[in-house]
Design a protein around this ligand. Sequence first.
Ligand SMILES: Cc1cc2nc3c(=O)[nH]c(=O)nc-3n(C[C@H](O)[C@H](O)[C@H](O)COP(=O)(O)O)c2cc1C
Length: 168
Amino acid sequence: MSKTAIIYSFNTKKTGKIAVQVQEGFNDPAIEMINAEEITEDLFLSFDRIIMGVPTWFDGELPNYWDEFVPALEEMDLKEKKIALFGLGDQKGYAENFLDGVGIMAGILEAQGATLLGFTSVEGYAFEGSRALRNDQFLGLAIDYENQGSMNKQRVTSWIDQLRKEFA
Ligand SMILES: Cc1cc2nc3c(=O)[nH]c(=O)nc-3n(C[C@H](O)[C@H](O)[C@H](O)COP(=O)(O)O)c2cc1C
């Protein structure tokens, strides 16, 4: 049986809230919540389907806890892994780097052979630039608490519907 995890920092508030909404949306007790701040290579590789919470920090960078795990990721064979990213960013405050962390993480995972799922439309967002884009789609779910918090629930719900199909 395939194993699924939602991996995010337990120390975050906003990313954590979205992680819980994703878990509740799937309504599957078998999905494990894993703390990105304590992730190990073996634990990461023990899952077949992985949903990762990746906020953007420091003007277009990964937060420290993900950045510290990048060297380990760059040694992994992720060919059998299906991975979906949800990103948090501020499209007004950081318009030139909106959701860059998702783009950075997507590049690292794809280079190791992972199959990325859960791409979403840029419709409804306004920003200058983002490393998270490919063919006018975000390489994951884009959540903007600062400017569009009221849309979070609806965005999460439709992303889960999409993931149910793409993970199948
Ligand atoms: C110092 C700082 C830098 C940030 N840099 C970016 C950025 O470059 N791009 C972006 O889209 N959002 C940026 N943000 C916005 C965060 O991604 C956003 O607030 C997110 O919800 C944080 O989630 P977390 O608190 O769960 O880590 C930044 C926020 C702060 C406080």
